[in-house]
Design a protein around this ligand. Structure first.
Ligand code: ZN
Length: 393
């Protein structure tokens, strides 16, 4: 009896587990709607390099910032300016709050540094070491992906705000620079810090020979969904992507790299942060310290539309599925002056919840019935030999 009932019980129990953002079915449903455009991002890399080196307070930096403001009018953009050397450094902070949503917490921040290194200290020829680098990968690539998210987020209808932070002065002077992110993070209020669920930093993400390792300095909560996201968009060698293709060897979970970047400064003030970075720039490079990193060879021809697209799709998928967010166990009980709007999602969720409760009760009931039957069988003991009584015996 039990043996016959067991598969049925299992079938009843299986779908009752709640779907997580990183579950394959959830990821693959969202993956079919990804819109990141590699060609567009590649053009944005070339455009930034054509502006000239983006040294803090330079005409190239100002041109870049003005263009971002002009082209993203649906975003609330402000400049975070600090004195630096003989002039200023400027971080750009942009916030998009989906219309109809009043919550200001659960912000997901996408960050990148937009300045480019003032010196090519890894050039072999000493005469070239004091020249500024073009910064196609180291600077422009992260900005290109961040700008692509700025373009797409208003079309995503997310239930939470998204912040874009473009840091200045990450790559100036003796290493590690990281000055822009330090000034921004140190000036945030406790409330502003608590409102940000996760910060995803993008740096050197355009290398045509893209290699993404597991970064040991990343916050666990932000880095946790990366392997599943990478697999879904086809960046894990041999694994099946959502579109059925076999994954490329881009995200290597077994390779661990320790990276000091702007995410260290945001982490230090309490924002869970992770960097996505190519830790070996250039074909055949074995680590960050070889290849084109901090040389005059950091030019647009070393960056590809495909690599930019691969990273952007991973980030976009995380946004669309809520994978970057940390679930909030605390119920928000702040009194609201407005009648809370019942969203379409909630309208569907209520009857679904009822169904789930009824279903769970049925499952429990069947388990109880089977248990009772088993106990009764035990109590009755082994079946007695059937005997027929006659007057003769
Ligand atoms: Zn750099």
């Amino acid at each position: 009896m039990l043996r016959r009932l067991l598969p049925l019980l299992l079938l009843l129990l299986l779908p009752s587990a709640g779907a997580l953002p990183t579950e394959q079915t959830v990821l693959c449903e969202a993956a079919s709607g990804l819109m990141s455009d590699g060609v567009r991002m590649n053009e944005r890399v070339a455009w930034q390099v054509n502006l000239g080196p983006r040294i803090p307070d330079s005409p190239a930096s100002h041109a870049l910032l003005s263009s971002i403001v002009e082209n993203n009018t649906t975003w609330d953009i402000h400049f975070d300016v600090h004195p630096y050397k003989n002039g200023n450094m400027t971080n750009l902070v942009a916030l998009y709050t989906p219309s109809g949503r009043t919550r200001t917490d659960h912000v997901v921040a996408i960050a990148a540094h937009y300045d480019t290194r003032d010196r090519a200290e890894r050039e072999v020829d000493e005469a070239n070491q004091s020249l500024p680098i073009p910064g196609a990968n180291d600077g422009a690539s992260g900005v290109a992906v961040a700008l692509e998210m700025m373009r797409l987020v208003p079309q995503m209808d997310l239930p939470h705000p998204v912040m874009i932070v473009l840091f200045d002065a990450e790559d100036q002077g003796p290493m590690p620079g990281l000055e822009g992110s330090r000034r921004w993070a140190d000036n945030l209020t406790e409330e502003e810090i608590n409102d940000i669920d996760a910060l995803i930093l993008l740096d050197m993400v355009g290398d045509a020979d893209l290699n993404l390792a597991r970064i040991s300095s990343n916050s666990d909560s932000v880095a946790a969904p990366i392997p599943a996201l990478a697999e879904a968009v086809g960046l894990v060698s041999g694994a099946r992507a959502c579109d059925g293709s076999v994954g490329l060897d881009v995200y290597q979970h077994e390779t661990v790299a320790n990276i000091i970047d702007d995410h260290i400064n945001t982490q230090a003030v309490g924002i869970p942060s992770a960097v996505i970075i190519d830790h070996r720039y250039g074909e055949g490079a074995s680590r960050l310290a070889d290849g084109h990193w901090h040389t005059l060879q950091d030019t647009p021809d070393k960056v590809s539309a495909e690599s930019l697209s691969n990273v952007a799709r991973l980030v976009e998928l995380g946004l669309r599925t809520g994978a970057w967010q940390v679930p909030d166990p605390v119920v928000d009980d702040t009194p609201s002056t407005e009648e809370p709007e019942r969203t379409e999602d909630e309208a569907i969720r209520a009857p679904l919840l009822m169904l789930a409760v009824v279903w769970a009760s049925l499952v429990l009931l069947s388990v109880a019935v089977v248990a009772c039957l088993l106990v009764l069988r035990r109590l009755r003991g082994p079946p007695r030999q059937r005997t027929t009584w006659t007057w003769d015996s």
